[in-house]
Design a protein around this ligand. Structure first.
Ligand SMILES: [Zn+2]
Length: 128
């Protein structure tokens, strides 16, 4: 995350919950009652509602980057839930767990279902 240092600077200068070094914690946040989430030593994308609503809007450019960073991550997550098509076996990204067919097969499968239904209907018709 490239803008993490800018977030930290914004937090340091403007966040009302950020107290700096306190209680032996180097970046104490009174909301967390612990270190500020943005000062964690990992590559995660921390979220803080107070920061997003109360501090981030001060820096419009960073606000946009912050949001796009998180959108990218959520897209990445949905892309990860890839499912095998039960018809052709190809992988596709499903929007829900109920999706069984890939984009290509979805239309074909629907037509097949209609054909089967029509055939059953005709058979019933014949027996009468
Ligand atoms: Zn398929």
């Amino acid at each position: 995350m490239q803008n993490k240092n800018r977030i930290k600077r914004l937090v340091k200068n403007n966040c009302a919950c950020y107290f700096g070094a306190k209680y032996g914690i180097p970046s104490y946040c009174c909301l967390q009652d612990g270190p500020c989430v943005f000062f964690a030593q990992d590559d995660s994308l921390p979220c803080c509602t107070y920061f997003e609503n109360g501090v981030l809007p001060m820096d419009e450019k960073l606000d946009q980057e912050y949001k796009s960073d998180r959108n990218v991550e959520s897209e990445f997550k949905t892309a990860k839930s890839r499912v095998n098509c039960t018809r052709c076996g190809g992988t596709f990204s499903a929007n829900s767990n109920r999706q069984k067919y890939c984009e290509k097969c979805r239309g074909k499968a629907r037509k097949e279902n209609i054909r089967i239904r029509v055939r059953k209907f005709r058979q019933k018709d014949d027996s009468m």
